[in-house]
Design a protein around this ligand. Structure first.
Ligand code: GTP
Ligand code: MG
Length: 282
């Protein structure tokens, strides 16, 4: 996420424009196939972050009334972790570039891709961090875990050990993040390699792990593309929703604080209002 809006955002505020309008106007328009106008469905109701049919009512109203604050020019960080060769890079590449490579090339350290969306008419970007699963690169990769808004923990549906290792991956990623502020997704890959019967026999184990972690469960195939776009749309939508709700909460608590201070001591009014001078670079 940008720690601070650039100078242009301050200028836009002075000119009475929505902050970020300048940045958005110099970027190419969001791709038509990255426009989200409805909350995508979860994959499995038994292991979902929530099962509502649509976006939160407050979020829809805020978007309609253009009260989403800084969300429109934030970049949310998403990290992708899991054992070596479970298919993290292929998953990201299928979504971002619509390609699939059957040859394994280990990720060294980290790599990242940017994806721009438009959710309920508001621009929203995800920075997808692809980390290395190989033990020898783990310490480099873990230095990039910090500040994630969503964590995608990947396992291979054909390799039960990789499912068991997801708990350790989550623990490591959580050392660097605030558990109250991060959305978790547990993703089984290589769905094309198992039969429906095998899948049904094993799915409950994965759902149990997801429930234990409070993660949303998905099963995908990067080879065929099955569920890949649906999955990332769900990640973008839920991350966007959480950002808008946090933004609304922040602006509400600011308003409540102001009232209390004014009614408590009117002599402090000048000092309080001076402190509240808008300064979009702080
Ligand atoms: N059949 C099939 N093969 C897959 C799928 N996803 C990945 N693979 C294969 O699995 C191997 C490893 O995939 P990667 O995406 O490189 O794995 P990774 O998790 O990024 O591995 P590290 O970078 O070492 O952590 C490659 O040979 C891929 O072609 C899938 O959905 N179906
Ligand atoms: Mg990789």
């Amino acid at each position: 996420m940008f720690p601070c809006p650039p100078f242009s955002a301050c200028k836009e505020k002075e000119e009475g424009k929505q902050p970020g309008a300048f940045i958005m106007s110099v970027l190419p328009p969001v791709r038509k196939d990255r426009i989200i106008s409805q909350l995508p469905k979860c994959f499995c109701k038994g292991a979902a972050l929530h099962t509502e049919d649509g976006f939160h009512a407050k979020v829809k109203t805020a978007c309609q009334e253009q009260r989403t604050g800084t969300v429109g020019f934030k970049i949310s960080k998403v990290i992708v972790v899991g054992d070596l060769a479970v298919g993290k890079t292929c998953l990201i590449n299928r979504f971002c570039k619509d390609v699939f490579d059957k040859n394994y090339k280990a990720t060294i350290g980290v790599d990242f891709e940017m994806e721009r969306f438009e959710v309920l008419g508001v621009p929203f970007s995800l920075q997808l961090w692809d980390t290395a699963g190989q033990e020898r690169f783990k310490c480099i990769a873990s230095t990039y875990y910090r500040g994630a808004q969503a964590i995608i923990i990947v396992f291979d549906l054909t390799d039960v050990a990789s499912l068991h290792h997801t708990r350790q991956w989550l623990e490591d990623a959580m050392k660097e993040n605030d558990p109250t502020n991060v959305l978790l997704f547990l993703v089984g890959t290589k769905k094309d390699l198992i039969s429906p019967a095998q899948y049904s026999a094993n799915v409950q184990d994965a759902i149990n792990v997801a429930q234990e972690m409070k993660a949303e469960y998905w099963a995908v195939s990067s080879l065929s593309g099955e569920n890949v776009k649906e999955f990332f749309f769900r990640v973008a939508s839920l991350t966007f929703e959480a950002n808008v709700l946090a933004e609304l909460e922040k602006s509400n608590s600011r308003r409540i604080g102001d009232v209390v201070k004014i009614s408590n001591n009117t002599s402090n009014l000048y000092a309080t209002s001076k402190k509240k001078q808008p300064n979009c670079c702080q």
